[in-house]
Design a protein around this ligand. Structure first.
Ligand code: ADE
Length: 251
């Protein structure tokens, strides 16, 4: 059964365009996911198909109406659906959330514009997600980010080995990779990678993943339980980091 995705937006081409290209398009062509994009105005009120209104109490900007959203969800929601509101105040979207969503049968994304949604819309949704600590002009780009991250995890979408080894799936950043030429502008590929020693390559990659994570995202290491080999390699890269002479202070 394909993962079914419905996206509710006032700007359907903004969502449909990127999903019609490259790997997202192929995933849909393969029948692994079905994405339908709906214009929220279909459920708008009156001759002008109004979807928003002034905020009670006064203030700038328009707010998405709860009755319009309720009408749309009345048609799209099923017992097995997960309805997601895109909102900068939502839970921050991370890889484990992508993995959880990839295991569900039906996702509905609600993309607000304007100053946001009537507070009562939240009760109609199952989850609120943010893609990061910044404010976008609407939920469309956030929905695209989430749809992209979720559908590539569907079985058969991408070589399983690459999703298993990539950044974050093991809670670590990915190790450095190289391709030809073996020497460029005086910099060479680490010799272990051309040694043909699979076990040494595996250990080097794990060590460099740990080193990169320690340098760039130490928060990812906090609260992560390490295997015995990981703990030993992490101790090594920590020791190396402590003894390394900072650049510019040599001599
Ligand atoms: N809408 C506006 N900004 C957003 C964000 N950072 N994440 C999700 N939805 C948003």
């Amino acid at each position: 059964m394909p993962l079914e995705i419905d996206v509710l937006t006032l700007f359907p081409p903004m969502v449909a365009g990127p999903l019609a290209e490259s790997i997202p398009a192929r995933i849909q062509d393969q029948g692994l996911a079905t994405v339908r994009v709906h214009d929220l105005r279909q459920w708008g009120l009156g001759r002008h198909r109004t979807v928003d209104d002034y905020t009670y109490g006064g203030g700038a900007g328009m707010v998405l109406r709860v009755d319009v959203v309720a009408a749309a969800l009345g048609e799209l929601r099923r017992p097995e659906s997960t309805v997601i509101l895109l909102d900068p105040a939502g839970e921050v979207f991370r890889q484990p959330v992508a993995q959880a969503l990839a295991g569900t049968p039906h996702l509905v994304f609600l993309c607000p514009r304007y100053e946001g949604v009537d507070e009562r819309v939240r009760a109609l949704c199952d989850r609120e997600l943010s893609i990061g600590d910044y404010v976008l002009t609407g939920g469309e780009l956030a929905a695209l980010v989430i749809v992209d991250a979720v559908i590539r995890l569907l079985p058969g979408a991408i070589d399983a080995a690459s999703t298993a080894e990539e950044s974050f799936s093991a809670g670590l950043l990915e190790y450095p990779q190289y391709t030809r030429p073996a020497e460029f502008d005086g910099t060479v590929v680490p010799p272990v990678l051309v040694s043909g020693h699979h076990e040494q390559v595996r250990r080097w990659r794990l060590r460099e993943s740990l080193r990169r994570t320690l340098q760039r995202r130490p928060d990812l290491l906090e609260g992560r339980s390490l295997g015995r080999e990981e703990a030993r390699l992490l101790a090594e890269v920590r020791a190396e980091a402590e003894t390394a002479v900072p650049e510019g202070r040599a001599g």
